[in-house]
Design a protein around this ligand. Sequence first.
Ligand SMILES: [Zn+2]
Length: 200
Amino acid sequence: MSNDTAWLNEQKNKLLETQNRLREIRQNRTGIIEKYSGAREREPILIDISNFEVNFEARQDCQDAAKDGLIFSNPLKIMEVTSPFGHRTNAIPNNHEGTDYRASIKTFVYASEAGTITMALIEPPSNISKSNSSNLRIDHGKGWETRYIHLDSFVVKEQEIVTKGQLIGYSGNRKNTIAHLHFEIRKNNVPKNPENFLKR
Ligand SMILES: [Zn+2]
């Protein structure tokens, strides 16, 4: 565990302690108020730590990439999520290894970071799921990889070196109900939530 993770965990625990202490105080106050006025205190004293947890993960992911000299940028000019990373309501949980962004046919797709094209296949080999049709991958070094799926065509070839923000292809696979780009960021082949890295 890195020092940053340890520090953030410590902050999170402090927040939880404070939250518990506030609950105690509130319970005591409620008792006193009820005793003297018969009224019940209504407003709860709670600290919402859910945002803290999301920010914690995003900060950690960005720091991990930054340590390897990488700052991922948006693969599309306009970024609108049509299906988030992780789970889908009508499917097996946690089976979505990237984020879907709305992208009509022929929308420009850009390299999220500099790297080497390791795969540029319109028709994937049989060992790759059919739903991953048109698979473009960039190796960014140190175990980092981005994947761009459901593209219409590419303007790069395998082994080509690309710069950050360079046009790599056009989105819009016609087989999908909502035309979108499926975008993945992986570290050592583990899918990460792309939204943790991207800015709006
Ligand atoms: Zn997807």
